[in-house]
Design a protein around this ligand. Sequence first.
Ligand code: DGL
Length: 272
Amino acid sequence: MTPIGVFDSGFGGLTILRDLRRALPGADFLYLGDNARAPYGSRSFELVYRFTLQAVKYLFGQGCPLVILACNTASAKALRSIQQRDLASIDPERRVLGVIRPTVEAIADSTTTGSVGLFGTPGTVASHSYDIEIEKHAPGTRVFSHACPMWVPLVENSEADGDGADYFVKKDVDALFDPHPDIDTLILGCTHYPLLLDKIRKYVPTGVTILSQGDIVAKSLIDYLQRHPEMDARISRGGTVRYLTTESADKFDGLASEFMGEKVKATAIRLE
Ligand code: DGL
């Protein structure tokens, strides 16, 4: 089997996987969540790079010809080095793609005020990856970023529906929108954040468009596979999805099953 690999620090990449499966129902997928070491958002550049490279090598070892980093933090801190430095020595025929570039390409079509808000992990915000990419693709757009360090831990600890989540979501939404009422487009620049979408919608001012990264990344992958038929032909088409986690499988299965709307039975692995 030669599935599409989908990697995230934990549960967040499931929000991307769900849309990828909808877009490519015939393809095989292999999901890997590094739940034991999540969150990545407050970790150093060096660590996120090292952990992400381990995950990519593992997924290549499982037969994936293509790996999607379904994680903004890994896309911001590790993607470029892996693409430009590591791939040539690991296997120049395989590919690793991220989520930031396709998201940025969708922004230009969405904003009319030219003011865009970004929620992300501390690592993604500090990397300025979105600012740099937006300046290339939609020059002149103003990006107001705000880091939400509590949101990923809330999701990873199954607290996304709790009252504590309301407190932190409201606090961060107000911190971004109170000083910048002209923001008309909001990027959820962390794949965990759609798991808090109901609460985010509750506090974000009406009329603001919230960009859904799953949908954007799925469309971009279809486009990529059309432009690269040699890669398209290498992906096996059994319509299966398998799950790997670095935490205990039981812990993963509960929340993942709830989110994917079907029974998930993960296999625990070690990354090193
Ligand atoms: N879901 C990830 C992202 O998109 C990582 C969050 C984290 O581990 O802090 O940034």
